[in-house]
Design a protein around this ligand. Structure first.
Ligand code: FES
Length: 134
């Protein structure tokens, strides 16, 4: 592993041990529950939306180091983003944010928070009274 790879891993570990935006939002614009059926990990994301942009984003739940670090970094990143920008985010967005290629085995871990965020945005746009409990 190179020095740069070490730095990126340190960033992931730091976000896992001290996650940003952990908690819930009372009266969010939308919330959604994401689940990885392979391992049983759960994440719930809460967002508030103002003028078509994410004003705040928080998450809670349990997951592995990659899924929690990804949720921490993603909830920082999406503040101020438009709903359209979020709809266009994909696996490459997560790869860029984490600065690692999680590989096929950990890809579901790395993208759990993004799938959950997209679920919240979908509910906001299409089913505003749904709490995202699957
Ligand atoms: Fe469960 Fe990573 S092992 S999300």
């Amino acid at each position: 592993m190179s020095e740069i790879d070490d730095l990126y891993m340190e960033e992931i570990i730091s976000n896992y041990e001290h996650p940003h935006n952990r908690g819930s939002i009372s009266n969010p614009s939308a919330e959604f529950h994401g689940h990885n059926p392979v391992c049983g990990d759960d994440i719930r994301i809460y967002i508030t939306i103002k003028d078509g942009k994410v004003e705040s984003a928080k998450f809670d739940g349990d997951g592995c180091s990659i899924s929690i670090a990804s949720a921490s970094i993603l909830t920082d990143y999406v503040k101020g983003k438009t709903l359209e920008e979020i709809e266009h985010m994909g696996v490459d967005t997560i790869r860029e944010l984490l600065n690692i290629d999680p590989g096929p085995v950990r890809l579901k871990c790395a993208t759990l928070s993004l799938k959950t965020l997209k679920g919240a945005v979908f509910l906001f746009e299409h089913k505003p009274n749904d709490t995202g409990n699957l």
